[in-house]
Design a protein around this ligand. Structure first.
Ligand code: ADP
Ligand code: ADP
Ligand code: ZN
Length: 214
């Protein structure tokens, strides 16, 4: 299955994509992780200027990045997109990219969480270079400051500071929220209540995925 996780920053896309990826044995593609991993390269440095301000990196950069990633062998059967698309032009480009691969989208999971909860989640988020995500209170690692999955040190993202968080939420409303109607009109949208526990939400997502014909 070809799945998109949609939702505001802090809604749990990364957390849920990682869990679903494990259950379905399907690659988890996070554009935020790819951009952060490019740190030090020309692309990474250019992207970081936008990211630190809480703005979107230009569509042309993301579209080429996703075209490249989805053409790789591990995505040949299925993928889970986390953080792409974030604009209508990115969604339109995805249609073309998939058509070129003789594929199409199956499902868009829209994770809904109230704004106040998003700020609480983002301000205490800690992440690892391996893509794992934690929360100081709601989802702490076993050993403080260290990743359960790979043992590296966790860090606080530059864009998870108050000013940047506020800007990201307003950028989401202006540029990404229109995708909800876009995918609803295509009959691909499933709403997920993202305010319960990580395990509850993961269970709900799995049952929605399993109920969809492939
Ligand atoms: P996104 O990828 O949508 O920005 P994340 O998966 O990184 O969201 O989650 C944001 C923060 O909220 C992280 O610190 C994560 O550990 C925490 N989190 C994720 N899901 C939940 C949940 N259901 N309840 C409480 N905290 C959560
Ligand atoms: P979040 O946890 O807020 O959902 P991500 O890790 O997905 O954050 O993305 C971090 C930043 O990377 C974004 O604020 C944006 O600057 C950039 N980015 C990631 N994906 C995209 C995209 N599809 N289009 C434009 N910018 C993106
Ligand atoms: Zn790790």
């Amino acid at each position: 299955m070809n799945i998109i996780l949609l939702g505001p920053p802090g809604s749990g896309k990364g957390t849920q994509a990682a869990l679903l990826s494990g259950k379905l044995r399907t690659p988890h593609i996070s554009t935020g992780d790819i951009l952060r991993a490019a740190k030090g390269t020309e692309l990474g440095n250019r992207a970081a200027e936008y990211m630190n301000r809480g703005e979107l990196v230009p569509d042309s950069v993301l579209i080429e990045m996703i075209r490249d990633r989805l053409s790789q062998a591990d995505c040949a059967k299925a993928f889970i997109l986390d953080g792409y698309p974030r604009t209508i032009p990115q969604a339109d480009a995805l249609v073309d990219i998939l058509a070129g691969l003789d594929r199409r989208l199956d499902l868009v999971l829209n994770i809904e969480v109230p704004d106040a909860e998003l700020i609480t989640r983002l301000s205490a988020r800690r992440v690892c270079k391996c893509g794992a995500t934690y929360h100081l209170i709601f989802n702490p690692p076993e050993k403080e400051g260290v990743c359960d999955r790979c043992g590296k040190r966790l860090y606080h993202r530059d864009d998870d500071k108050e000013e940047s968080i506020k800007n990201r939420l307003s950028v989401y409303k202006k540029q990404t929220q229109p995708l909800i109607d876009y995918y609803r009109n295509l009959g691909l949208l499933a709403a997920i209540d993202g305010s319960g526990s990580i395990e509850q939400i993961s269970g709900e997502i799995y049952s929605v995925v399993k109920a969809r014909p492939e």
